[in-house]
Design a protein around this ligand. Structure first.
Ligand code: HEM
Length: 491
């Protein structure tokens, strides 16, 4: 079949005949006689968000207030909003059907978007950034380690680490919860995925990651990012922080190699023992570094942010925190929470779902069309960047009544089943869906229950919280709180 027509055929079930067909999915008429490129060219262009600069496009607005800009685009222009960031043509998709088409139905014609390439210096070609055959192989290799039954084995470690982490916390202390949660989730990821303990340098890792993410993120907002070898201040900072994290990763791999043990249960062991099906060779050092780095970063940062926003929301909604206490008292009594308890903690689950709706850590997901195609009736040219924002869709009143209110009860009575599928997508979807979604959905309630039973948090009035939409959604200067020990567990 003609390669140009292939994406089109894919979304209509290979039904290329008769010459004119009506697609139920695309809700549009198309002609199979002419190449899709010509049909796309003949279709009306999308509406553009007004007032973009002739040269920079909407870069200034995007950099000034990313979340506000995306929300305005969707609310003013509708489900397909067109804008330009420097030379890049962008379409923001805000309808669940269109999002499903990009992430699932037409995913094979999509690759990760250009902004992710700015993170290549850190991530290399790990699972998050790899494409094609390499991605398929690596995903196949790692997927079995992330199925629910497998991740349930990590529950005890998660609870134990959370208990240990707060052992020294005292009523009335001031703490910065973003750093605290990052240290905790990093320790859990390292233990469960790599069977190692990085806690000696947790603060250093936290600092280097912060710098690396800040600098990479600012490259996303530039017209043309300067090559990394140029010795600008920003590049030097970025390179130094990457080198620091790389040293830790290299030590981690070397330490495991030196153990010379037979294949164990953890991810690092599986990666070290993986052999190519054809020539029997193992992974190169670079490949190993990239995969470990990706899991190291993806495996803890997003979860730390999700925890942080959950604590922030609970601090502002004491009645929700109170209902959680009731549920934990009723179901758990005084014993530690386990993986088996989670199905009996529906309110805890609702709070996590609602926190991920309200502050989705991965607030922007992107793809680049590798061919001209039609998404939900709209022509998309090859090379166009397609952005989908859980932040925008999760706050859309069409799907969520009173969307700007934090209301865990909305998830009662099978609400999730009644939602259009891609109206809620904190973990993305389709083949590139988050590999750690079960891991995160177990870790989050276990940590919230373990820490939440012992402490509540009062926001420090003189340290306002600012949302920083970097790679993930995080509090810009941290989340500063005073600890309040719960009566029963007071220390
Ligand atoms: C609340 C926590 C988390 C959130 C919100 C989250 C969100 C996401 C999203 C939205 C994607 C898809 C990106 C895209 O389609 O472009 C993704 C991919 C990924 N996530 Fe997560 N994630 C979380 C936790 C985790 C954890 C705990 C791990 C590992 C243990 C992990 C590892 C990954 C990896 C490796 C990918 C790339 C998968 C692929 O492309 O095959 N994530 N995550």
């Amino acid at each position: 079949m003609n390669e140009v027509l292939r994406p089109f055929a894919d979304c209509v079930g290979n039904n290329l005949w008769p010459i004119f067909s009506e697609s139920p999915i695309l809700n549009t008429r198309y002609c199979t006689m002419f190449p899709i490129r010509e049909q796309v060219a003949a279709m009306p262009t999308l509406q553009r968000v007004p007032r973009g600069h002739w040269f920079w496009g909407h870069l200034a607005e995007f950099n000034r207030d990313r979340l506000g800009f995306l929300t305005r685009c969707a609310r003013e222009q509708g489900d397909f909003a067109y804008f330009r960031l420097g030379p890049k043509r962008i379409v923001l998709l805000s309808h669940p059907d269109a999002i499903e088409e990009v992430l699932v139905r037409q995913s094979r014609w999509m690759r990760k978007h250009y902004a992710l390439r700015f993170f290549r210096p850190i991530l290399g070609e790990g699972l998050l950034t790899a494409e094609g055959e390499r991605w398929t192989q690596q995903r196949k290799l790692m997927q079995p380690l992330f199925v629910p039954r497998r991740v349930a084995r990590y529950a005890a470690t998660m609870v134990e680490f959370a208990e240990r982490h707060i052992a020294a916390w005292q009523d009335g202390q001031a703490r910065e919860l973003h750093a605290e949660m990052s240290h905790l989730t990093l320790a859990i990821a390292c233990k469960t995925l790599f069977d190692t303990d990085p806690s000696a340098d947790a603060a250093g890792v936290f600092h280097s990651l912060r710098v690396a993410l800040r600098e990479s993120n600012s490259r996303f907002g530039r017209f043309l990012p300067l090559p990394l070898w140029l010795p600008t201040l920003s590049n030097v900072r970025l390179r130094r922080s990457i080198q620091h994290i790389e040293r830790i990763i290299t030590q981690l791999i070397a330490e495991r190699r030196s153990r010379n043990s037979p294949q164990g249960d953890d991810l690092l062991s599986v990666l070290l023992h993986a052999r190519d099906e054809v020539d029997g060779s193992g992974m190169s050092e670079q490949q190993l570094r990239d995969e470990v780095m990706t899991l190291f970063l993806a495996g803890h940062g997003t979860t730390a942010n999700a925890l942080c926003w959950t604590w922030y929301l609970l601090a502002q909604h004491p009645q929700v925190a109170e209902q959680l206490q009731d549920e934990w008292r009723r179901v758990l009594g005084d014993r530690p929470v386990t993986a088996d308890d989670l199905e009996h903690l529906p309110y805890t689950r609702n709070v996590i779902y609602e926190a991920l709706r309200f502050f989705p850590p991965a607030y922007l997901i992107g793809r680049e069309a590798c061919a001209d195609c039609i998404i939900a009736g709209h022509p998309i040219r090859k090379g166009t960047t397609l952005l989908m924002s859980p932040w925008v869709v999760h706050r859309d009143e069409r799907f969520y009544a009173d969307a700007e209110t934090f209301r865990p009860e909305r998830w009662n009575d099978g609400f999730i089943k009644r939602l259009p599928k891609y109206a809620y997508f904190p973990f993305g979807g389709g083949p590139r869906t988050c590999i750690g979604n079960h891991f995160a959905l177990m870790e989050l309630p276990l940590i919230v229950a373990t820490i939440g039973r012992r402490f509540r948090f009062a926001l420090q009035a003189d340290r306002p919280v600012r949302i920083w939409p970097a790679v993930t959604l995080r509090p810009e200067n941290g989340l500063h709180v005073h600890l309040r020990a719960n009566e029963k567990h007071g220390n």
